[in-house]
Design a protein around this ligand. Structure first.
Ligand SMILES: Cc1cc2nc3c(=O)[nH]c(=O)nc-3n(C[C@H](O)[C@H](O)[C@H](O)COP(=O)(O)OP(=O)(O)OC[C@H]3O[C@@H](n4cnc5c(N)ncnc54)[C@H](O)[C@@H]3O)c2cc1C
Length: 303
């Protein structure tokens, strides 16, 4: 049985792993991928030590450090965590169960879906949730960005340089930083639809059209587009602990300032928690704290 299983290999999980390894804890990382959402960033300017670094490059450096400590990483998705007689059982996709004396949940967040007809059918065939990853695929094409916050307008900013035309559809007014809004509004190849909701995505093999409806007048419009960038926020990946730990109203795991959750031996760090501000440097710091708290828990366990 492992002393500690860390779920997730984003900034929080990988930092936790290095701190745990330095304490000689017998630890394992279970994750869907390396780098998490941090790998999606085209250029990070606010991780100290680097004035500008692509997210994927920064995460590769984190990975190198995890490897240097010989920490095992298994690409397995955790579906459910239960606790019985002080032991955690982690049920994985496919049926395997892994046991651990303590757990750090560092599973981050997932992009929020529009929940309109055909959305999931077109993922990877025109519908995308990551402009940094996919914008270059839509060079000289017409695309739509859905959302009005910083991520949506950040996506639009990348796309106006690459795409032919960019429709920006938001259900309400824009909430992005005013400087970003100003930069976007200077572009000649945008069409802005505020107060509109997406009602359908249409096409055959690939996206061909987006349908939208005015919230005020109910008037419907449709545009031919090849890409739809959904940038309407994210949700914490907390399904695995639902019913086990205390979550807040946003479904984020509630932690104290030492990353304890409501369940003894279960810790959480990074974007999955109710710690304000979802940033790499914060997730990494929280991962370090969670590992130290887990170590403190482990050394107090009876033999
Ligand atoms: C486009 C974009 C740009 C950004 N730019 C910046 C920036 O410039 N500066 C900055 O500070 N922050 C930026 N952020 C925010 C930053 O990426 C996050 O705050 C950070 O990645 C959070 O780290 P984390 O480790 O908590 O979660 P994540 O990085 O999301 O990692 C979560 C990990 O958990 C794994 N996981 C999830 N569910 C499961 C499961 N069930 N089983 C196993 N593994 C699972 C995932 O595979 C992943 O490895 C950006 C985010 C985005 C989306």
């Amino acid at each position: 049985m492992r002393d500690l299983v860390i779920i997730g290999a984003g900034p929080a999980g990988m930092t936790a792993a290095v701190y745990a390894a330095r304490k000689k804890a017998n630890c394992l990382i279970l994750t869907n991928n390396i780098g998490g959402m941090a790998a999606w960033s085209a250029g990070i300017e606010n991780y100290m030590g680097y004035s500008l670094i692509p997210g994927a490059e920064l995460m590769a450096k984190f990975e190198d450090q995890v490897e240097e400590f010989g920490i095992p990483v298994e690409y397995k998705s955790v579906e459910k965590i239960t606790k019985e007689n002080s032991i955690f059982n982690l049920s994985l996709q496919g049926g395997e169960v892994i046991q651990a004396k303590s757990v750090i949940v560092a599973s981050g967040r997932s992009p929020r879906r529009l929940n309109v007809p055909n959305e999931t059918n077109f993922i990877g065939r025109g519908v995308t949730y990551c402009a940094t990853c996919d914008a270059p695929l839509f060079a000289k094409m017409d695309v739509a960005v859905v959302g009005g916050g910083n991520s949506a307008l950040g996506a639009a900013e990348q796309l106006i340089k690459i795409a032919n035309k960019v429709y920006i559809v938001s259900i309400a007014g824009w909430s992005a930083d005013p400087v970003l809004q100003e930069r976007i509004l200077k572009a000649k190849n945008i069409e802005v639809y505020k107060g509109f909701e997406v009602t359908a995505i249409e096409g055959h093999d690939f996206v061909e059209r987006i349908r939208i409806k005015s919230k005020k007048t109910e008037e419907e419009s449709e545009f031919p587009v090849k890409g739809i960038f959904v940038e309407i926020g994210s949700e914490p990946n907390t399904n695995m602990v639902k019913g086990l730990v205390q979550l807040d109203e946003k479904q984020e795991i509630m932690v104290d300032c030492s990353n304890h959750t409501s369940v003894e031996g279960l810790f959480a760090a990074g974007d999955v928690t109710n710690v304000p501000e979802k940033q790499i440097i914060i997730a990494a710091g929280e991962g370090a704290k969670a590992a130290l708290a887990a170590y403190d828990y482990l050394i107090r366990l009876p033999e």
